[in-house]
Structures are given as structure tokens and as C-alpha cells.
Ligand binder design. Structure first.
Ligand SMILES: [Zn+2]
Length: 59
């Protein structure tokens, strides 16, 4: 399985641009709200996950 295209090891840091977030988790939502590039990357990353795991994640 090659799902880990993004190495998101630190929840306090944006995995796409490396910026420090104001707060882990919630801060990331604010961050992609203000950074269209990161938002696009996040959408693609999330889309890849959904595509790869379609049928496995029943949620
Ligand atoms: Zn970012």
C-alpha cells in the first residue's frame, strides 16, 4: 500500500508548506482557509485517500 504520500508526523505543522499552525487540528482548518495552495493540496490528498481506500473505509 502506498497511501502515505504526505508525511504528516507533526499535527502542529502544515504538511504541505511546513508552516507552524496556531493550534493542532483546528489551526489547520484555519490555515487552509487562508492558504488556497494548501487547501488544494489537502483536497487532493484527501481525495487520494478516499480513492485508494474506497470500499475499505465504510464510514
Ligand atoms: Zn500550509
Amino acid at each position: 500500500m502506498s497511501v502515505n504520500t504526505t508525511n504528516w508526523s507533526d499535527p502542529g505543522t502544515c504538511p504541505f508548506c511546513g508552516d507552524e499552525l496556531s493550534s493542532p487540528g483546528v489551526g489547520f482548518i484555519d490555515h487552509i482557509d487562508e492558504n488556497a495552495t494548501c487547501e488544494t493540496s489537502f483536497d487532493q490528498w484527501r481525495g487520494n485517500l478516499a480513492g485508494d481506500l474506497a470500499g475499505e473505509w465504510g464510514g
